[in-house]
Design a protein around this ligand. Structure first.
Ligand SMILES: O=P(O)(O)OC[C@H]1O[C@H](OP(=O)(O)OP(=O)(O)O)[C@H](O)[C@@H]1O
Ligand SMILES: O=c1cc[nH]c(=O)[nH]1
Ligand SMILES: [Mg+2]
Length: 209
């Protein structure tokens, strides 16, 4: 069964409070999402494999650890996922970036895929799929389906805020994909918005409301 990790680091929680605040403007919202994505990436990469390397320090020969060269891919779910990419690349600058374009139909709440472009070596890569919001779970489930259909075997899903309904649906659909969230909120409202949430993540990031 998928593991669900909730990051309760004080810096993440502090920044998330200002991300939620409706009085936070687009510029600050973007900066805060970027910063939280970096902090989450630090936590999410904790298990990356290391290998030993022989080096010469100014004092002597030594054996020390470096990353074992795992091929990483970051995949934002458009649009809102884009806001988390730079923050992760700050820590993993060599990662490849794929894109999955999905929007949630406002009537049915079902995801509609309109774009996909992934690195060519999908089956060899470890993917971090990112989206600020896991609401009904439809978008994250469809994006993970899309990745798997193209050969992805190793996926982690990272989001800022999740609703219990979304976590349940996602972990049931993809029990092999661990989920990393900054906050688990109370519920969904009748329009499928997360309560208390942060509103529409894409609109707040890009100033389209
Ligand atoms: O879990 P779900 O119920 O599927 O909802 C979550 C999705 O909704 C938002 O995207 P939206 O459809 O608003 O697209 P946008 O990023 O282009 O604004 C959000 O960024 C997720 O992708
Ligand atoms: O609360 C929500 C739910 C879905 N998408 C968002 O951007 N916000
Ligand atoms: Mg949106």
């Amino acid at each position: 069964m998928a593991k669900v990790h909730v990051f309760d680091h004080p810096l993440i929680q502090h920044k998330l409070t200002y991300i939620r605040d409706k009085n936070t403007g687009t510029k600050e919202f973007r900066e805060l999402v970027d910063e939280v994505a970096t902090l989450m990436a630090y936590e999410i990469t904790r298990e990356l494999p290391l290998m030993e390397k022989e080096i010469d320090t100014p004092v002597c020969k030594a054996t020390s650890n470096v990353l074992a060269g795992k091929k990483l891919g970051i995949v934002p779910i458009l649009r809102a996922g884009i806001g988390m990419v730079e923050g992760i690349l700050n820590l993993i600058p060599a990662a490849k970036v794929g894109h999955i374009g999905l929007y949630r139909d406002p009537e049915t709440l079902l995801p509609v895929e309109y774009y996909i472009k992934l690195p060519s070596d999908v089956s060899e890569r470890h993917f971090i799929l990112v989206d600020p919001m896991l609401a009904t779970g439809g978008s994250a489930i469809a994006a993970t389906d899309s990745l798997k259909k193209r050969g992805a075997k190793n996926i982690q899903f990272m989001c800022l805020i999740a609703a219990p309904e979304g976590v349940k649906a996602f972990t049931e659909a993809h029990p092999d994909v661990d989920v990393y969230i900054a906050a688990l909120d109370e519920k969904l409202d009748e329009k499928g918005y997360i309560v208390p949430g942060l509103g529409d993540a894409g609109d707040r990031l890009f100033g389209t409301k």
